[in-house]
Design a protein around this ligand. Sequence first.
Ligand SMILES: O=C(O)CCC(=O)C(=O)O
Length: 276
Amino acid sequence: MVTADDIKTFSTDGVVCLRGVIGLDWIERLKGGVEHTLANPTERSRLWHRDEQGRESRYDSQVWRTQEVYRDFVFESPLAEIAGRLMQSSRANFFFDAMFARSPGTGFRTPFHQDEPFWSIEGFQTCSSWMPLVPVSKKSCLEIVKGSHRWTEYFDQANFGDLTGDERDQVDFGDDAVPFPDIEGNRADYDIASFDMEPGDVICFNGRSVHGGSGNLPEDRELRVFNTKWAGDDARVVFRKTGMDPDHEQAMTEVGLRPGDRLGTDLYPEVWRQSA
Ligand SMILES: O=C(O)CCC(=O)C(=O)O
C-alpha cells in the first residue's frame, strides 16, 4: 500500500497522493456518515462561508466519538498503518477527524495555512489524510506547497475565527510571527501539488505542510471530504497561548494528558504499532 518511494516523497515533499488505497465500501459508508453529520451537526460544526447564492462550505470535527462509521474507519481502515509508515514512526495515534463539505458550484477556497501551529500537539511526525468521497478535479482539489513542512519560520497564520465569527476559534500568533507568504499572489514561486482524484485516493501531508484551496467547484459538483489526522513518535501535547483551533485543551486535561505527554488514552488511541 505504501512503497519506499511514497515514504521518500512524503519525507521530501511533505505530501504524497496514494491511489486506490481505500476500498469503495468505506467510501460509501463514509458518504452516509457525512450526510448524517451535516444533518446532525455537532457543537464543533462551523460554517466557513456562504455566498450570495446560498452555496456553503461547512466543517465539523471530532465526530468519531458519536458516529459509528467514522469510529470503524479509524480502527479498521488501512489509514493508521499508512500514516505510521509515511511518518516513519513506530506507532500511529489517532488525533482527530475533520469533515469538509461544499455545495455544488462553491468558489470559496480555504486560505493557505499550516495545521500544526493550530494544534494541541507539536512534532514533525504527523500526517493529515485528505480523502475526497466524490471525484474531484485538480482545479478544485486541495493544494499543498511541496517542501513547506521543512520551513522554519514562525508564521502569522490565517485566523479561521475571522471566517466563523466564533470566539472559540480565535487564534493570534502574536508579534513574533512573520507575515504569512503571499502564495496566491506569487504562485509561480512555489511548487504547488494538487491532483485529479477519484474516491479511494488519499492525499497524505505533514501537519507542517502549507495547504489550502479546494474550492473552485463547477456548478454540478459538490465536494465531500473526510480527513483523519495522525500523530507519530515525536508528537507531544502542547497548550498554546496563541489559541488553538480546534482546541483540545479541556478534553486532554479531562483525560489526564499534560503538556509534554505523548498522545494516548481512549481519546487519542494508538491504532497501529510496527511489529517487532
Ligand atoms: O478541504 C479544505 O478546504 C481544507 C482542508 C484542510 O485544511 C485540512 O485538511 O487540514
